[in-house]
Design a protein around this ligand. Structure first.
Ligand code: F6R
Length: 608
């Protein structure tokens, strides 16, 4: 989704803005632009395509300035053209925006009546004209922005500069992420911390409804009621090099390889301190002892975590669970249960659908909320009573990998805590599970070592148009995740089914051109799965099977096998997803797609 960066400083901010945009590229975009206050005028440059093209244009035109804003646009209203790219300008005022203004049509009509003319199809241009409209009477950019945002419906994070007010940068947010970077006699705004790490590690997280005025040495924030508020400055633990590619070719590859470290970091407190409710927050013991059911809300890969967790929690803790796609839940009539725990799962913590689903659940009277999230300062964490932060570190590749496996680790922790609180986890069993978790990063290293074999599979896959993924039980969500990964970065159409469903329909698709990937751990469902595989072979389907070392599968002709370490029990899904991540990565490499920024997709989906 769109990325915003802005700066007010005593040095040329153009390189800071361009570097920030590069660091926001991962969010997904199709055009980019910058506005600098140069010689008392707005110098605006916009390009379609990559930030590199914008950088080149800035260099060629020697654009510079001490104050400026910049933007990467992921098109919603209007095609990804230069004319629709941000910043949008009205009079001497320039605006960048992330979000969607729902009442833009009514505002556009009103502003046209007032004599403003529009040059783009975007909803953002109304914001620029609206601020200009109010600025004409008050001549104060902060005041004009506050009056303008009071008229907006929908979601926005905006940055504003004005040619007659050098050394001033205005920021406002409602529903879309925006933070302030605090420097020494210079201040910044950005959509996330990664954009600003080269210039500061000190951040102020704006809250919904906040509008802020940044000067060289001042920061003034007013809240949604117009009252001046003081928002705390927080020191980030992130460092610039944590979001750099280093020796890797792609972020996705780096993030796949970071998984053993990410798992150890996420599980450290559990492994050192045992299965304790406090892992989820101060109120966790009382809330987790009270609840009688769990509703998971999430999107995409995070939804697949929820589906897996359902198997663990129902089996280990005996608590009924349901997992719902957040964008569906928020618009359907559901029956609230006051004893239910609402668990949201999200890498970014800013996904608009998941956030709205949580707010919807709260509006239905759900009091007990927990989030599993990778960003500790995110909106979902702030909105939830309990949380567990996954320690994956920043995830830059659009295709989620380490966020997924650390979510699973956190959810398994939740299953153990709930089991213990209900007297279903004795001390011996607890130690056994902790030992299994301690061994997990090492086992994952062994799975990563299988990369060259997966690569050979990928070479064959890259020629295919379609693929079918099969799994059973808690590996069915892993099949879903494998199919999602393959389609999003290699653009090969993929479907996933519980293997038992094959003959209820999808078997009709199987022929020699349809590769079928089966996840075959050595679990209680293995014998059933073997029969399903025979059904595929009998129809000429080409089988690719991911086994455990102790899985015994009779040799069949033309069956391709990759063998993982010994069966990892409940933790098996966390290992079995890794070859599927590598398969999609290598299939994408073969096809030459843009692995980290697949077409049409954005990293953090902050609009509905
Ligand atoms: C797929 C992927 C997406 C996200 C989804 C939710 O690889 O990354 O499906 O999982 O957009 O995002 P978060 O987890 O940030 O809420």
């Amino acid at each position: 989704m769109c990325g915003i960066i802005g700066a007010v400083a005593q040095r040329n901010v153009a390189p800071i803005l361009i570097e920030g945009l590069k660091r926001l590229e991962y969010r997904g975009y199709d055009s980019a632009g910058v506005a600098l206050l140069q010689d008392q005028e707005i110098k605006r440059i916009r390009t379609t395509g990559r930030v590199a093209a914008l950088e080149e244009a800035v260099r060629e035109q020697n654009a510079h300035g001490l104050t400026g804003i910049a933007h990467t646009r992921w098109a919603t209203h209007g095609a990804p053209t230069e004319g629709n790219a941000h910043p949008h300008v009205s009079g001497g005022i320039a605006v960048v925006h992330n979000g969607i203004i729902e009442n833009h049509e009514a505002l556009r009509a009103e502003l046209k009546q007032a004599g403003f003319s529009f040059t783009s199809q975007t909803d953002t241009e109304v914001i620029a004209h609206l601020i200009n409209h109010y600025f004409k009477s008050c001549r104060d950019l902060f005041q004009a922005t506050r009056e303008a945002v009071a008229r907006l419906q929908g979601a926005y994070a905006i940055g504003v500069v004005c040619d007659s007010m050098p050394n001033k940068l205005i920021a406002a947010r409602q529903g879309s992420p925006l933070l302030i970077g605090v420097g020494v006699e210079e201040h910044f705004i950005a959509s996330d911390t990664s954009a600003l790490l080269p210039v500061t590690q000190r951040f102020i997280y704006l809250e919904d409804g906040d509008v802020a005025e940044l000067g060289l040495t001042s920061i003034v924030v007013v809240d949604k009621n117009g009252a001046a508020v003081s928002r705390a400055i927080q020191q980030s633990e992130l460092r610039a090099e944590m979001v750099e590619l280093g020796e890797y070719r792609h972020y996705m590859q780096k993030e796949i390889y970071e998984q053993p470290r990410a798992l150890s970091d996420t599980l450290q407190e559990l492994i050192n301190g045992g299965v304790q409710p406090i892992l989820f927050g101060m109120e966790a013991e009382s809330i987790l002892s009270t609840i009688e059911r769990i509703t998971f809300l999430a999107c995409g890969t995070s939804y697949h975590s929820a589906l897996t967790a359902r198997y663990w929690i129902e089996a280990l803790a005996g608590i009924p669970c349901n997992a719902e796609i957040a964008s569906e839940y928020r618009y359907r009539t559901s029956v609230p249960d006051p004893k239910a725990l609402i668990v949201t799962i999200s890498q970014s913590g800013e996904t608009a659908d998941t956030l709205s689903a949580l707010k919807h659940a709260q509006s239905l009277g759900h009091e007990y909320t927990l989030t599993i999230c990778n960003v500790s300062e995110s909106a979902l964490v702030r909105e939830s009573r309990l949380n567990m932060i996954t320690r994956a570190g920043p995830e830059i590749g659009v295709a989620s990998t380490k966020a997924f496996t650390t979510q699973l680790a956190a959810l398994f922790t939740l299953a153990l805590v709930l089991a213990k609180l209900r007297g279903r986890l004795n001390a011996v069993e607890e130690q056994k599970q902790i030992a299994a978790l301690r061994a997990l990063p090492g086992q994952m290293q062994r799975v990563l070592a299988l990369e060259s074999r997966v690569q050979r599979w990928a070479e064959r896959f890259a020629e295919k148009q379609h693929a079918l993924f099969l799994g059973r039980g808690m590996h069915y969500p892993i099949a879903l995740e494998g199919a999602l990964k393959l389609k999003e970065i290699s653009y090969i159409h993929a479907e996933a089914y519980p293997a038992g469903e094959l003959k209820h329909g999808p078997l009709a698709l199987v022929d020699k051109d349809m590769p079928v990937i089966a996840i075959a751990p050595n679990d209680a469902l293995l014998e059933k799965l073997k029969s399903n595989l025979q059904e595929v072979r009998a129809r000429g389907g080409e089988l690719y099977v991911v086994l455990d070392e102790d899985t015994h599968i009779q040799d069949m002709d033309e069956i391709h096998k990759i063998t993982l370490p010994l069966h990892a029990g409940w933790l098996s899904p966390i290992l079995h997803v890794v070859p599927l991540q590598m398969l999609s990565y290598h299939a994408a490499l073969q096809k030459g797609t843009d692995v980290d920024k697949p077409r049409n997709l954005a990293k953090s989906v902050t609009v509905e």
